[in-house]
Design a protein around this ligand. Structure first.
Ligand code: UDX
Length: 434
Protein backbone atom coordinates (compact mmCIF):
# COMPACT_ATOMS: atom_id res chain seq x y z
CA UNK A 1 0.00 0.00 0.00
CA UNK A 2 1.18 3.54 -0.74
CA UNK A 3 0.37 6.28 1.70
CA UNK A 4 1.48 9.85 2.12
CA UNK A 5 1.87 11.92 5.25
CA UNK A 6 1.57 15.66 4.80
CA UNK A 7 3.60 17.66 7.30
CA UNK A 8 6.94 16.48 8.70
CA UNK A 9 6.52 17.97 12.15
CA UNK A 10 6.55 15.85 15.23
CA UNK A 11 3.37 13.88 14.52
CA UNK A 12 3.92 13.52 10.77
CA UNK A 13 7.46 12.30 11.02
CA UNK A 14 6.77 9.72 13.70
CA UNK A 15 3.64 8.52 11.89
CA UNK A 16 5.39 8.26 8.51
CA UNK A 17 8.44 6.48 9.88
CA UNK A 18 6.41 4.02 11.95
CA UNK A 19 4.01 3.12 9.12
CA UNK A 20 7.04 2.50 6.88
CA UNK A 21 8.30 0.20 9.61
CA UNK A 22 4.96 -1.63 9.44
CA UNK A 23 5.85 -2.41 5.82
CA UNK A 24 3.85 0.30 4.01
CA UNK A 25 5.37 2.60 1.33
CA UNK A 26 5.33 6.12 2.74
CA UNK A 27 5.95 9.54 1.19
CA UNK A 28 6.52 12.20 3.81
CA UNK A 29 5.74 15.58 2.29
CA UNK A 30 6.52 19.08 3.45
CA UNK A 31 6.58 22.43 1.68
CA UNK A 32 9.65 23.43 3.71
CA UNK A 33 12.46 22.55 1.30
CA UNK A 34 15.22 23.03 3.86
CA UNK A 35 13.56 20.52 6.16
CA UNK A 36 13.10 17.96 3.38
CA UNK A 37 16.75 18.40 2.34
CA UNK A 38 17.81 17.78 5.92
CA UNK A 39 15.65 14.66 6.16
CA UNK A 40 16.98 13.37 2.85
CA UNK A 41 20.47 13.62 4.32
CA UNK A 42 19.31 11.44 7.21
CA UNK A 43 19.18 14.27 9.73
CA UNK A 44 16.20 14.48 12.06
CA UNK A 45 15.01 18.00 12.90
CA UNK A 46 13.37 16.94 16.20
CA UNK A 47 14.59 15.22 19.34
CA UNK A 48 12.93 11.82 19.62
CA UNK A 49 14.76 8.73 20.86
CA UNK A 50 14.76 5.90 18.30
CA UNK A 51 13.35 7.94 15.41
CA UNK A 52 16.62 8.36 13.53
CA UNK A 53 17.24 4.61 13.41
CA UNK A 54 13.73 3.88 12.12
CA UNK A 55 13.99 6.58 9.46
CA UNK A 56 17.42 5.35 8.36
CA UNK A 57 16.38 1.71 8.16
CA UNK A 58 13.22 2.36 6.19
CA UNK A 59 14.82 4.82 3.77
CA UNK A 60 17.50 2.20 3.09
CA UNK A 61 14.89 -0.47 2.43
CA UNK A 62 13.05 1.84 0.04
CA UNK A 63 9.79 2.19 1.96
CA UNK A 64 10.23 5.78 3.16
CA UNK A 65 10.87 8.88 1.06
CA UNK A 66 10.89 12.61 1.72
CA UNK A 67 9.63 15.05 -0.88
CA UNK A 68 8.17 18.49 -1.48
CA UNK A 69 6.08 17.21 -4.40
CA UNK A 70 2.67 17.08 -2.77
CA UNK A 71 0.74 16.48 -6.02
CA UNK A 72 2.71 13.39 -7.02
CA UNK A 73 2.52 11.97 -3.49
CA UNK A 74 -1.25 12.41 -3.36
CA UNK A 75 -1.78 10.85 -6.78
CA UNK A 76 0.06 7.64 -5.96
CA UNK A 77 -1.38 7.18 -2.44
CA UNK A 78 -4.49 5.36 -1.29
CA UNK A 79 -4.36 6.92 2.17
CA UNK A 80 -3.40 10.53 2.86
CA UNK A 81 -2.60 11.59 6.40
CA UNK A 82 -2.92 15.25 7.22
CA UNK A 83 -0.40 16.04 9.95
CA UNK A 84 0.11 19.75 9.39
CA UNK A 85 0.23 22.26 12.22
CA UNK A 86 -2.93 23.61 13.82
CA UNK A 87 -1.37 26.40 15.90
CA UNK A 88 -3.49 28.15 18.51
CA UNK A 89 -4.79 31.57 17.57
CA UNK A 90 -4.73 34.49 20.01
CA UNK A 91 -8.16 33.45 21.35
CA UNK A 92 -7.17 29.80 21.93
CA UNK A 93 -9.03 28.35 18.94
CA UNK A 94 -7.04 26.22 16.48
CA UNK A 95 -5.92 27.86 13.25
CA UNK A 96 -7.01 25.55 10.41
CA UNK A 97 -5.45 27.49 7.53
CA UNK A 98 -2.95 24.72 6.68
CA UNK A 99 -5.57 21.98 6.94
CA UNK A 100 -7.82 23.91 4.55
CA UNK A 101 -4.98 24.61 2.13
CA UNK A 102 -3.96 20.96 2.03
CA UNK A 103 -7.58 19.85 1.58
CA UNK A 104 -7.92 22.02 -1.52
CA UNK A 105 -4.75 20.52 -2.98
CA UNK A 106 -5.96 16.99 -2.24
CA UNK A 107 -9.23 17.83 -4.02
CA UNK A 108 -7.42 19.01 -7.14
CA UNK A 109 -5.12 15.98 -7.26
CA UNK A 110 -7.78 13.33 -6.58
CA UNK A 111 -7.38 10.67 -9.30
CA UNK A 112 -9.43 7.85 -7.75
CA UNK A 113 -10.87 6.67 -4.43
CA UNK A 114 -8.76 7.84 -1.46
CA UNK A 115 -8.99 7.94 2.30
CA UNK A 116 -8.07 11.29 3.83
CA UNK A 117 -7.11 11.02 7.50
CA UNK A 118 -6.62 13.71 10.11
CA UNK A 119 -3.79 12.83 12.47
CA UNK A 120 -3.13 16.23 14.04
CA UNK A 121 -5.46 17.24 16.84
CA UNK A 122 -8.24 19.16 15.13
CA UNK A 123 -11.38 20.82 16.46
CA UNK A 124 -14.52 18.73 16.44
CA UNK A 125 -16.13 19.32 13.06
CA UNK A 126 -12.89 19.46 11.06
CA UNK A 127 -13.55 16.11 9.39
CA UNK A 128 -16.80 17.57 8.12
CA UNK A 129 -15.05 20.70 6.92
CA UNK A 130 -12.44 18.68 4.99
CA UNK A 131 -15.20 16.61 3.40
CA UNK A 132 -16.94 19.79 2.23
CA UNK A 133 -13.76 21.40 0.88
CA UNK A 134 -12.73 18.30 -1.07
CA UNK A 135 -16.27 17.73 -2.32
CA UNK A 136 -16.49 21.31 -3.53
CA UNK A 137 -13.05 21.56 -5.18
CA UNK A 138 -12.54 18.21 -6.81
CA UNK A 139 -13.13 18.30 -10.55
CA UNK A 140 -13.91 14.66 -11.46
CA UNK A 141 -16.43 13.34 -8.93
CA UNK A 142 -14.14 10.65 -7.48
CA UNK A 143 -15.27 8.89 -4.31
CA UNK A 144 -13.32 9.62 -1.13
CA UNK A 145 -13.69 9.17 2.60
CA UNK A 146 -12.55 11.31 5.48
CA UNK A 147 -11.30 9.60 8.64
CA UNK A 148 -10.29 10.88 12.06
CA UNK A 149 -7.41 8.92 13.59
CA UNK A 150 -5.97 10.95 16.46
CA UNK A 151 -2.47 10.36 17.78
CA UNK A 152 -1.72 9.80 21.44
CA UNK A 153 2.05 10.12 21.25
CA UNK A 154 4.11 11.31 24.18
CA UNK A 155 7.27 13.19 23.35
CA UNK A 156 10.25 11.09 24.28
CA UNK A 157 8.34 7.81 23.96
CA UNK A 158 6.52 8.46 20.69
CA UNK A 159 7.92 5.42 18.85
CA UNK A 160 6.85 3.05 21.63
CA UNK A 161 3.46 4.76 21.85
CA UNK A 162 2.95 4.29 18.10
CA UNK A 163 4.20 0.69 17.95
CA UNK A 164 2.47 -0.47 21.15
CA UNK A 165 -0.48 1.88 21.66
CA UNK A 166 -3.07 1.50 24.42
CA UNK A 167 -5.71 1.88 21.68
CA UNK A 168 -6.26 2.99 18.10
CA UNK A 169 -9.22 5.29 17.51
CA UNK A 170 -10.79 5.42 14.07
CA UNK A 171 -13.68 7.72 13.25
CA UNK A 172 -15.23 7.19 9.83
CA UNK A 173 -18.50 7.11 7.93
CA UNK A 174 -17.80 4.24 5.51
CA UNK A 175 -16.94 0.61 6.09
CA UNK A 176 -14.50 0.71 3.21
CA UNK A 177 -12.47 3.44 4.94
CA UNK A 178 -12.51 1.53 8.25
CA UNK A 179 -11.31 -1.65 6.48
CA UNK A 180 -8.42 0.23 4.85
CA UNK A 181 -7.42 1.82 8.16
CA UNK A 182 -7.54 -1.54 9.93
CA UNK A 183 -5.36 -3.00 7.21
CA UNK A 184 -2.80 -0.23 7.75
CA UNK A 185 -2.68 -0.99 11.45
CA UNK A 186 -2.83 -4.77 11.02
CA UNK A 187 0.60 -5.40 12.65
CA UNK A 188 -1.02 -4.27 15.91
CA UNK A 189 -3.48 -7.21 15.86
CA UNK A 190 -0.62 -9.46 16.95
CA UNK A 191 -0.33 -7.53 20.22
CA UNK A 192 -4.12 -7.38 20.55
CA UNK A 193 -4.38 -3.60 20.52
CA UNK A 194 -7.98 -2.50 21.13
CA UNK A 195 -9.58 -0.60 18.25
CA UNK A 196 -12.28 1.98 18.91
CA UNK A 197 -14.34 2.40 15.74
CA UNK A 198 -16.78 5.27 15.83
CA UNK A 199 -18.01 8.30 13.93
CA UNK A 200 -15.74 11.22 13.02
CA UNK A 201 -17.02 13.71 15.61
CA UNK A 202 -16.70 11.19 18.43
CA UNK A 203 -13.17 10.31 17.43
CA UNK A 204 -12.20 13.99 17.29
CA UNK A 205 -13.66 14.51 20.75
CA UNK A 206 -11.92 11.43 22.21
CA UNK A 207 -8.59 13.17 21.69
CA UNK A 208 -9.64 16.36 23.49
CA UNK A 209 -11.40 14.45 26.24
CA UNK A 210 -8.31 12.31 26.84
CA UNK A 211 -5.88 15.20 27.07
CA UNK A 212 -8.29 17.32 29.10
CA UNK A 213 -8.67 14.43 31.55
CA UNK A 214 -4.91 13.95 31.86
CA UNK A 215 -4.53 17.66 32.53
CA UNK A 216 -7.32 17.42 35.09
CA UNK A 217 -5.46 14.68 36.95
CA UNK A 218 -2.34 16.86 37.11
CA UNK A 219 -4.11 20.02 38.25
CA UNK A 220 -6.07 17.92 40.73
CA UNK A 221 -2.97 16.45 42.34
CA UNK A 222 -1.29 19.87 42.32
CA UNK A 223 -4.21 21.27 44.31
CA UNK A 224 -4.06 18.28 46.66
CA UNK A 225 -0.32 19.01 47.08
CA UNK A 226 -1.10 22.62 47.98
CA UNK A 227 -3.65 21.43 50.53
CA UNK A 228 -1.16 18.85 51.89
CA UNK A 229 1.23 21.68 52.69
CA UNK A 230 -1.47 23.48 54.65
CA UNK A 231 -2.60 20.48 56.68
CA UNK A 232 0.72 18.65 57.08
CA UNK A 233 -0.01 15.69 54.79
CA UNK A 234 2.26 13.98 52.22
CA UNK A 235 0.98 14.22 48.65
CA UNK A 236 2.82 11.09 47.49
CA UNK A 237 1.10 8.96 50.07
CA UNK A 238 -2.22 10.59 49.18
CA UNK A 239 -1.57 9.81 45.49
CA UNK A 240 -0.64 6.25 46.37
CA UNK A 241 -3.69 5.80 48.53
CA UNK A 242 -5.91 7.19 45.80
CA UNK A 243 -4.17 5.48 42.89
CA UNK A 244 -4.59 1.97 44.30
CA UNK A 245 -8.29 2.36 43.60
CA UNK A 246 -8.56 0.82 40.10
CA UNK A 247 -11.14 3.39 39.14
CA UNK A 248 -8.62 6.18 39.75
CA UNK A 249 -5.30 4.58 38.74
CA UNK A 250 -1.82 5.56 39.93
CA UNK A 251 -0.56 7.43 36.85
CA UNK A 252 -0.46 11.18 36.22
CA UNK A 253 -0.72 11.97 39.91
CA UNK A 254 2.74 13.44 40.34
CA UNK A 255 2.69 17.02 41.64
CA UNK A 256 4.96 19.74 40.33
CA UNK A 257 5.04 23.17 38.73
CA UNK A 258 2.20 22.29 36.33
CA UNK A 259 1.79 20.61 32.96
CA UNK A 260 3.30 22.02 29.78
CA UNK A 261 4.37 20.94 26.31
CA UNK A 262 2.86 21.11 22.88
CA UNK A 263 -0.38 19.27 23.66
CA UNK A 264 -1.98 19.58 27.09
CA UNK A 265 -2.00 23.41 27.26
CA UNK A 266 -3.14 23.78 23.64
CA UNK A 267 -5.76 21.04 23.81
CA UNK A 268 -7.29 22.08 27.13
CA UNK A 269 -7.59 25.61 25.85
CA UNK A 270 -9.11 24.44 22.55
CA UNK A 271 -11.53 22.12 24.38
CA UNK A 272 -12.95 25.01 26.40
CA UNK A 273 -13.27 27.13 23.21
CA UNK A 274 -15.05 24.34 21.34
CA UNK A 275 -17.51 24.01 24.22
CA UNK A 276 -18.05 27.78 24.39
CA UNK A 277 -18.59 27.97 20.63
CA UNK A 278 -21.46 25.54 21.18
CA UNK A 279 -22.86 27.62 24.02
CA UNK A 280 -21.51 25.45 26.83
CA UNK A 281 -19.05 26.27 29.60
CA UNK A 282 -16.60 23.41 30.18
CA UNK A 283 -16.23 24.42 33.83
CA UNK A 284 -13.90 21.68 35.01
CA UNK A 285 -11.33 22.23 32.30
CA UNK A 286 -11.51 26.02 32.63
CA UNK A 287 -10.59 25.52 36.28
CA UNK A 288 -7.86 23.03 35.34
CA UNK A 289 -6.22 25.68 33.16
CA UNK A 290 -6.54 28.32 35.88
CA UNK A 291 -5.04 25.98 38.49
CA UNK A 292 -2.14 25.18 36.15
CA UNK A 293 -1.35 28.85 35.67
CA UNK A 294 -1.69 29.59 39.39
CA UNK A 295 0.76 26.79 40.11
CA UNK A 296 3.58 28.71 38.37
CA UNK A 297 3.05 31.65 40.72
CA UNK A 298 2.80 29.41 43.78
CA UNK A 299 6.10 27.76 42.89
CA UNK A 300 7.81 31.13 42.48
CA UNK A 301 6.37 32.15 45.89
CA UNK A 302 7.87 29.02 47.39
CA UNK A 303 11.32 29.97 46.07
CA UNK A 304 10.86 33.52 47.32
CA UNK A 305 10.01 32.33 50.84
CA UNK A 306 13.07 30.08 50.80
CA UNK A 307 15.12 33.17 50.01
CA UNK A 308 13.69 35.08 52.96
CA UNK A 309 10.85 36.81 51.12
CA UNK A 310 13.00 38.80 48.73
CA UNK A 311 14.02 37.96 45.16
CA UNK A 312 15.52 41.27 44.17
CA UNK A 313 19.31 41.04 43.98
CA UNK A 314 19.30 37.26 44.54
CA UNK A 315 20.94 34.73 42.24
CA UNK A 316 19.10 31.49 41.56
CA UNK A 317 20.50 28.34 39.98
CA UNK A 318 17.75 26.71 37.92
CA UNK A 319 17.99 23.08 36.81
CA UNK A 320 15.71 22.18 33.93
CA UNK A 321 14.11 24.24 31.17
CA UNK A 322 12.15 21.69 29.14
CA UNK A 323 8.50 20.91 29.99
CA UNK A 324 9.52 17.37 30.98
CA UNK A 325 12.69 15.26 30.75
CA UNK A 326 13.96 13.52 27.59
CA UNK A 327 12.89 16.22 25.19
CA UNK A 328 14.37 19.51 23.98
CA UNK A 329 10.88 21.01 23.87
CA UNK A 330 10.33 24.15 25.92
CA UNK A 331 6.89 25.01 24.50
CA UNK A 332 4.64 26.13 27.36
CA UNK A 333 7.24 24.80 29.77
CA UNK A 334 6.33 25.44 33.42
CA UNK A 335 10.07 25.71 34.08
CA UNK A 336 10.28 28.75 31.82
CA UNK A 337 7.09 30.21 33.31
CA UNK A 338 8.51 29.98 36.85
CA UNK A 339 11.89 31.38 35.75
CA UNK A 340 10.14 34.33 34.11
CA UNK A 341 8.35 35.16 37.36
CA UNK A 342 11.60 34.92 39.35
CA UNK A 343 13.29 37.19 36.81
CA UNK A 344 10.35 39.57 36.87
CA UNK A 345 10.81 40.04 40.61
CA UNK A 346 14.45 40.97 40.19
CA UNK A 347 16.37 37.69 40.59
CA UNK A 348 19.28 36.74 38.34
CA UNK A 349 18.89 33.21 37.05
CA UNK A 350 21.68 30.81 36.05
CA UNK A 351 20.25 27.91 34.07
CA UNK A 352 21.25 24.47 32.92
CA UNK A 353 19.30 21.84 30.97
CA UNK A 354 20.70 18.75 29.23
CA UNK A 355 18.74 19.35 25.99
CA UNK A 356 16.72 22.56 26.22
CA UNK A 357 19.48 25.18 26.19
CA UNK A 358 19.49 25.96 22.46
CA UNK A 359 15.73 26.48 22.30
CA UNK A 360 15.78 28.64 25.42
CA UNK A 361 18.66 30.74 24.10
CA UNK A 362 16.58 31.49 21.04
CA UNK A 363 13.65 32.56 23.21
CA UNK A 364 15.58 34.45 25.91
CA UNK A 365 19.05 35.23 24.56
CA UNK A 366 20.09 37.87 27.06
CA UNK A 367 18.02 37.49 30.21
CA UNK A 368 19.58 34.29 31.59
CA UNK A 369 23.09 33.03 32.35
CA UNK A 370 23.61 29.75 30.50
CA UNK A 371 25.80 27.23 32.36
CA UNK A 372 27.79 24.19 31.26
CA UNK A 373 26.38 21.88 33.92
CA UNK A 374 24.33 21.69 37.11
CA UNK A 375 27.29 22.56 39.32
CA UNK A 376 28.06 25.74 37.41
CA UNK A 377 24.41 26.76 37.93
CA UNK A 378 24.78 26.13 41.68
CA UNK A 379 28.05 28.01 41.97
CA UNK A 380 27.58 31.31 43.79
CA UNK A 381 23.77 30.99 43.75
CA UNK A 382 21.61 31.82 46.76
CA UNK A 383 19.40 28.78 46.09
CA UNK A 384 19.11 25.88 43.68
CA UNK A 385 15.73 25.20 42.06
CA UNK A 386 14.91 21.90 40.34
CA UNK A 387 12.34 22.51 37.63
CA UNK A 388 12.52 19.44 35.38
CA UNK A 389 13.16 15.92 36.62
CA UNK A 390 16.00 14.88 34.29
CA UNK A 391 17.69 11.71 35.56
CA UNK A 392 21.01 13.48 35.91
CA UNK A 393 19.46 15.86 38.46
CA UNK A 394 18.40 12.90 40.61
CA UNK A 395 21.95 11.89 41.37
CA UNK A 396 23.74 15.17 42.01
CA UNK A 397 26.82 15.22 44.21
CA UNK A 398 24.96 17.04 46.97
CA UNK A 399 28.03 17.76 49.10
CA UNK A 400 29.54 19.49 46.10
CA UNK A 401 26.30 21.38 45.44
CA UNK A 402 26.28 22.52 49.08
CA UNK A 403 29.83 23.77 48.91
CA UNK A 404 29.16 25.69 45.70
CA UNK A 405 25.97 27.44 46.83
CA UNK A 406 26.11 30.73 48.75
CA UNK A 407 23.59 29.19 51.16
CA UNK A 408 22.47 25.54 51.30
CA UNK A 409 18.96 26.15 49.96
CA UNK A 410 17.15 23.83 47.53
CA UNK A 411 13.64 24.19 46.10
CA UNK A 412 12.86 20.81 44.57
CA UNK A 413 9.76 21.53 42.49
CA UNK A 414 9.65 17.99 41.05
CA UNK A 415 10.06 16.12 44.36
CA UNK A 416 13.19 14.35 43.22
CA UNK A 417 14.92 14.16 46.62
CA UNK A 418 13.98 12.77 50.01
CA UNK A 419 13.15 15.67 52.37
CA UNK A 420 14.50 13.93 55.50
CA UNK A 421 17.80 13.14 53.82
CA UNK A 422 18.17 16.65 52.44
CA UNK A 423 17.50 18.19 55.83
CA UNK A 424 19.90 15.76 57.52
CA UNK A 425 22.56 16.92 55.08
CA UNK A 426 22.02 20.47 56.27
CA UNK A 427 19.96 21.81 53.39
CA UNK A 428 17.11 24.20 53.87
CA UNK A 429 14.87 22.20 51.57
CA UNK A 430 11.38 22.75 50.18
CA UNK A 431 9.42 20.56 47.76
CA UNK A 432 5.81 20.24 46.61
CA UNK A 433 3.10 18.88 48.90
CA UNK A 434 5.36 17.19 51.43
C1 UDX B 1 0.76 14.44 26.10
C2 UDX B 1 -0.14 13.19 26.22
O1 UDX B 1 0.37 12.33 27.22
C3 UDX B 1 -0.20 12.48 24.89
O2 UDX B 1 -1.07 11.37 24.97
C4 UDX B 1 -0.71 13.47 23.86
O3 UDX B 1 -0.86 12.91 22.60
C5 UDX B 1 0.20 14.68 23.79
O4 UDX B 1 0.28 15.27 25.09
P1 UDX B 1 3.35 14.99 26.13
O5 UDX B 1 2.97 16.41 25.87
O6 UDX B 1 4.49 14.42 25.35
O7 UDX B 1 2.10 14.03 25.85
O8 UDX B 1 3.72 14.90 27.67
P2 UDX B 1 3.30 14.07 28.95
O9 UDX B 1 4.32 13.05 29.23
O10 UDX B 1 1.91 13.63 28.89
O11 UDX B 1 3.47 15.23 30.08
C6 UDX B 1 2.75 16.45 29.96
C7 UDX B 1 3.07 17.41 31.09
O12 UDX B 1 2.48 17.00 32.29
C8 UDX B 1 4.56 17.58 31.41
O13 UDX B 1 4.82 18.95 31.63
C9 UDX B 1 4.73 16.78 32.69
O14 UDX B 1 5.80 17.24 33.48
C10 UDX B 1 3.41 17.00 33.36
N1 UDX B 1 3.05 15.94 34.31
C11 UDX B 1 2.77 14.68 33.85
C12 UDX B 1 2.93 16.23 35.66
O15 UDX B 1 3.18 17.36 36.08
N2 UDX B 1 2.54 15.24 36.51
C13 UDX B 1 2.26 13.98 36.10
O16 UDX B 1 1.90 13.16 36.94
C14 UDX B 1 2.38 13.69 34.72
Amino acid sequence: MNICVIGTGYVGLVTGACFADFGVNVSCVDKDEAKIDLLKKGEIPIYEPGLKEIVEGNVKEGRLEFTTDLGASIRKSLVIFIAVGTPPREDGTADLTYVEEVSRTIAKELNGYKVIVTKSTVPVGTGNLIEKIIGRHQPDGHKFDVVSNPEFLREGSAIGDFMRPNRVVIGARSEQAVAIMKDLYSPLYLIETPFVITNIETSELIKYASNAFLATKISFINEIANICELVGADVHMVAKGMGLDNRIGPKFLHPGPGYGGSCLPKDTSAATRIARQHGYTFKIVEAVIEVNERQHGLMAEKVKRLLGGQLKGKTIGALGLTFKPNTDDIRDSPAIAVIRILKGEGASVKVYDPAGMENTKRLMPDELTYCGDAYEAAQGSDALVILTEWNQFRKLDLERVKSLLNAPKVADLRNVYDPARMRAMGFEYVSVGR
